[in-house]
Design a protein. Structure first.
Length: 192
C-alpha cells in the first residue's frame, strides 16, 4: 500500500476523531451514536467501522492520541534533575499540553462519570499521579506538597473556571500559568 493511501487513512481517522469529540462534547458520549458520527462525516457506518469497531474504541483512540504530549512530558520529566527550574518547565509544558488538547480535556471534565466507567479514566488518573510525583518532593511539608499538586490543578481549573470570564484567552492562560508557577515556586522555596 502506498504512502498516499496510508496518509489518507490517517487523515480519515483524525477527521473521525475530531467530529466524534465535537459531538461527544456537544451531546455527551452516551447520547452520541456511531450512526450520527457517520452522518456528520457523510460516510457510511461501514466506513466508520473500518477504522473503529465500537464507540469506546473511538473514544480510547481520541484519548490515547490526545494524551501523547502528556506521556512525552512525563518521560521528559523523569529524565530531568529535580530542580525548581525543571518543575517550572513541567508546569509550563503541562499548561501548553492542556491548551493544545482543550477539547479533549473539556470532554473529560464534562463527562466524568463516563470517563470513570471506561478504561481511559484509570489511565488518565495514572498520568496525573505521575505528574504529581514529578512536581512534589518527599522532604516537602504537607503544605508544600499541596502547593505543588495544586499548581497542576490550577491549570485544569483555569481552563474551565475562566472560560466564561471576559478577557483574551491567551491573557487568561498566562494568568493561570503565572499562579501555577507561583505555587510550585513557593513549594520549592517556602517563605518563612
Amino acid at each position: 500500500m502506498g504512502s498516499t493511501a496510508r496518509a489518507s487513512r490517517g487523515d480519515t481517522r483524525q477527521r473521525i476523531q475530531h467530529v466524534a469529540l465535537s459531538l461527544f462534547a456537544e451531546r455527551g458520549y452516551e447520547k452520541t451514536s456511531l450512526r450520527e458520527i457517520a452522518e456528520h462525516l457523510d460516510v457510511t457506518k461501514a466506513a466508520l467501522y473500518y477504522h473503529f469497531k465500537t464507540k469506546e474504541d473511538l473514544l480510547i483512540s481520541i484519548f490515547d492520541d490526545g494524551c501523547k504530549p502528556l506521556d512525552e512530558l512525563i518521560e521528559w520529566g523523569k529524565q530531568q534533575p529535580r530542580t525548581l527550574e525543571t518543575k517550572q518547565e513541567l508546569v509550563r509544558r503541562y499548561s501548553a499540553a492542556l491548551h493544545d488538547a482543550a477539547p479533549l480535556f473539556r470532554f473529560i471534565q464534562e463527562n466524568q462519570a463516563t470517563v470513570r466507567e471506561l478504561s481511559i479514566g484509570e489511565r488518565f488518573k495514572e498520568r496525573m499521579f505521575s505528574m504529581f510525583e514529578l512536581i512534589k518532593e518527599d522532604e516537602w511539608t504537607l503544605t508544600d506538597r499541596v502547593r505543588g499538586v495544586s499548581a497542576l490543578f490550577t491549570i485544569h481549573a483555569g481552563m474551565f473556571a475562566l472560560r466564561d470570564i471576559e478577557g483574551d484567552p491567551e491573557d487568561k492562560q498566562h494568568a493561570v500559568l503565572e499562579v501555577a508557577l507561583e505555587l510550585v515556586t513557593s513549594a520549592h522555596h517556602p517563605q518563612s
